[in-house]
Design a protein around this ligand. Structure first.
Ligand SMILES: C=CC1=C(C)c2cc3[nH]c(cc4nc(cc5[nH]c(cc1n2)c(C)c5CCC(=O)O)C(CCC(=O)O)=C4C)c(C)c3C=C
Ligand SMILES: [Fe+2]
Length: 438
């Protein structure tokens, strides 16, 4: 391991951060700087709100077998943007994917914005200043079913990828659905995501037309007294994530998240992404009695505990065998329908990675808030579609309305290290190579 490179020094990562990245881990924060002397002047209106420097310097490795942004920890802010691709030929698609890889590698790892002739537009929007801090940014590419409608790609379509169809409770807005590609941006700060989105929109304008985008956040929570981190709350006020599979369990992720058998060779190590924009009728929910809310969800609101063990932690699994009549957890409670925890439903596990969204108000004076639901699975039909089919007709539907989203296939990751792509690898290269051979 050589010493920290120029970028690390500029970002304040130093030797500790650089070594952590080299091990392929999420970068540890640099040692906390010595407490600064109190500012000469007290904070004032014109001062920027302070962020912790170590948070901004954290980076998620871009390269690896799988794309980042799926099993890597979920930071506080996310955006899903869907685009239509105007590139036609395989050569154009390759140029697009190479450029996207280059931009994503730079933006997620951070660095100095190159200077430009002032007579030209600047190289960067400038939103983050002259040095781009990684800020835990991940950019995850997904390919929609329509991407494979182009000549030469149909035979290479992921085996379980379909265009999202309407479920009974959906009121899908065509302007918020589908797309040739999806880009999921996740970072500590939403400004980091917006900066990255602006960079992609500008640098790939020759290839991509924005179709829709939704911004979301997750409220950060302090650690529990035992040092564990509780699940974040959604906009219905419940802890969301308690029963998610453990994303640090590589064997579980191989079984639940990563595509393998039955898929074309280029798709091995990828994952299916289901995105749903689900509006919450929060005014109605806030007028619903607490007990009813808890029976609808199947969990204690303040703690997240399962209803059959209300004093337990949110991570305690409910015991449905001991509650076969649904006296503690109603048979139509959200969590019981989503995962009845029997042998069959063990095939339908998914990894959820949602964000809360707030998009102002709608014309009748109600708040436009909800869940930017995102989940990953190795098989779209066994995963999201099977779970959603079980949820159809659930009591929660009185309070929610899915209005958009889409299904995408996330190709495997890009080989390389912090010095760049290995052998010129780029996102979805396996697919492009296969299309040329076909
Ligand atoms: C089709 C998949 C799912 C959709 C769509 C969905 C929407 C949705 N969920 C909540 C709130 C909660 N969901 C919880 C658990 C949970 N939800 C799903 C699936 C979908 N949810 C699953 C598979 C599970 C886990 C069930 C289990 O294994 O026990 C919970 C409980 C806490 C938790 O485990 O996360 C809450 C709360 C909302 C508000 C919503 C749509 C707006
Ligand atoms: Fe749920």
């Amino acid at each position: 391991m050589t010493g920290p490179n120029r970028r690390d020094l500029l970002l304040g990562l130093g030797a500790l951060g650089a070594a952590t990245v080299a091990r392929g881990e999420v970068a540890a924060p640099v040692a906390a700087p010595a407490p600064a002397d109190p500012p000469a002047d007290p904070p004032a209106v014109q001062d920027a709100p302070r962020v912790q420097a170590d948070q901004a310097a954290r980076r998620v490795p871009f390269h690896g077998r799988h794309q980042a942004g799926i099993v890597t920890p979920r930071p506080a802010a996310g955006i899903v943007a869907a685009f239509d691709v105007v590139a036609g030929s395989v050569d154009d698609l390759e140029r697009m994917l190479r450029l996207l890889t280059e931009r994503a590698a730079f933006l997620t790892q951070g660095g100095v914005v190159p200077p430009r002739d002032p007579n030209l537009p600047p190289a960067d929007s400038g939103l983050l200043g002259p040095v781009i801090a990684p800020d835990n940014l991940t950019i995850t590419l997904g390919l929609g079913a329509s991407f494979f409608d182009r000549d030469g790609f149909d035979a290479l379509r992921p085996a379980r990828l379909d265009r999202m169809a309407q479920f009974p409770n959906d009121a899908l807005d065509a302007d918020l659905c589908h797309g040739d590609i999806s880009l999921q941006f996740c970072a500590n700060l939403q400004d980091t995501n917006i900066h990255a989105l602006r960079d992609v929109v500008k640098n790939l304008s020759e290839f991509l037309v924005l179709r829709w985008m939704v911004e979301g956040t997750v409220p950060p929570v302090p650690p529990a007294p035992d040092g564990s981190t509780p699940s974040a709350r959604n906009f219905l006020g419940f802890r969301d994530g308690s029963a998610n599979p453990d994303s640090n369990d590589a064997l579980a992720m191989d079984r639940i998240v990563w595509a393998g058998e039955g898929e074309p060779a280029w798709a091995q190590g990828g994952s299916y992404q289901a995105v749903r924009i689900i509006r919450n009728f929060v005014e109605r929910w806030d007028r619903t009695p607490l007990g009813e809310q808890e029976r609808i969800m199947g969990r204690v609101k303040h703690s997240g505990a399962p209803l059959d063990q209300p004093q337990a932690s949110e991570h305690q699994p409910p015991d449905y065998a001991a509650d076969a009549a649904g006296l503690a957890t109603p048979m139509d409670a959200h969590i019981r329908l989503a995962n009845p925890r029997d042998i069959a439903s063990d095939q339908n596990l998914i990894l959820r990675r949602p964000f809360n969204y707030s998009r102002g108000a709608v014309k009748n004076g109600q708040l436009d808030q909800g869940l930017l639901f995102i989940c990953y699975q190795r098989d779209l039909h066994q995963g999201f579609i099977a779970v959603q089919n079980r949820l159809n007709g659930e009591p929660l539907e009185e309070y929610i309305k899915p209005v958009g989203g889409g299904y995408f296939f996330v190709p495997p990751g890009v080989a390389g290290d912090e010095n760049g792509q290995q052998g010129g690898d780029y996102l979805a290269r396996g697919l492009i190579d296969a299309a040329r051979r076909a």
